[in-house]
Design a protein around this ligand. Structure first.
Ligand SMILES: [Zn+2]
Length: 261
């Protein structure tokens, strides 16, 4: 049975560590040092490195890790610059088998934050599904549109939202509290959001990660998955000072609003 745990890095990044017995895989190692420390402490063999997109805070540790752990296989999105030589380039629909972890992952193309951004999804009964979504979906938020259009990001998020409700969502940043403050500004009367805000405040006071989230929760609180709701559209229209036609315009207005929030 595999286990997933966060390795904190930089200000607010999480490098996700998947282990099974003494085998390990890391997702988006922006920094090698905290990964090396855990691998050494726990006597783990690093079998693979999974990359969701090309930003330095997700790839900065790759070369150092490959230098010290040459047996590790690197996987990265085919449509972006490779973080190091020898990577297996992945596109939508590809499957990765990690036999030492007893884990199979499916690749989903989720452009928006960057154009080649991919997510990794696993669904192995009786375990709840797992989603490593990089900077596409955050708890209470979504990634900034550095390369893609609002339409691309909205479609990517809709695709993720169509996965099973009990999917555990492993985002790469601890942005939850700030994101929820924005969601609250958009939907001040969402009872699920109020409850979650309180729980998250307690967790952060204790320094505990708020992740993983679940898709059920994100659909209940995350305004970027709620652009189709009349209340969310109304709030976005008031903020924008204009009528918004269709979910993509609402999503785009929410994203701009959040950028200045
Ligand atoms: Zn990024």
């Amino acid at each position: 049975m595999f286990n997933v745990s966060p390795i904190p890095a930089f200000q607010d990044n999480y490098i996700w560590l998947i282990t099974n017995n003494n085998h390990a895989v890391v997702v988006d190692p922006g920094d090698a040092a905290p990964v090396e420390k855990i691998l050494a402490e726990r006597g783990l063999t690093l079998d693979a490195i999974l990359i969701t997109h090309h930003h330095w805070d997700h790839t900065g540790g790759v070369k150092a890790l490959l230098a010290s752990r040459p047996q590790a296989q690197l996987y990265a999105p085919a449509a972006e610059a490779m973080p190091a030589a020898g990577a297996i380039a992945l596109s939508d629909g590809d499957k990765i088998s990690l036999p030492t972890l007893a884990l199979e992952l499916k690749v989903m193309s989720v452009p928006g934050h960057t154009l080649g951004h991919i997510a990794y999804y696993a669904h192995q009964q009786p375990e709840a599904p797992l989603l490593f979504c990089g900077d596409t979906l955050f708890s209470g938020g979504c990634g900034r549109l550095f390369e893609g259009t609002p339409k691309q990001m909205h479609e990517s998020l809709q695709r993720l939202a169509s996965l099973p409700d009990d999917t555990r969502v492993y985002c790469t940043h601890e942005y939850t509290q700030a994101n929820l403050a924005f969601c609250h500004a958009v939907e001040p009367n969402n009872p699920e959001l109020k409850k979650y805000l309180q729980n998250v405040a307690k967790l952060r006071q204790q320094g505990v990660p708020t992740l993983p989230s679940t898709l059920a929760r994100e659909k209940a609180v995350n305004v970027f998955l709620r652009a189709h709701l009349a209340g969310v559209r109304a709030a976005a229209q008031v903020h924008q000072g204009a009528e918004l036609i269709g979910d993509i315009e609402v999503f785009a207005a929410l994203r701009r609003w959040k950028d200045d929030f």
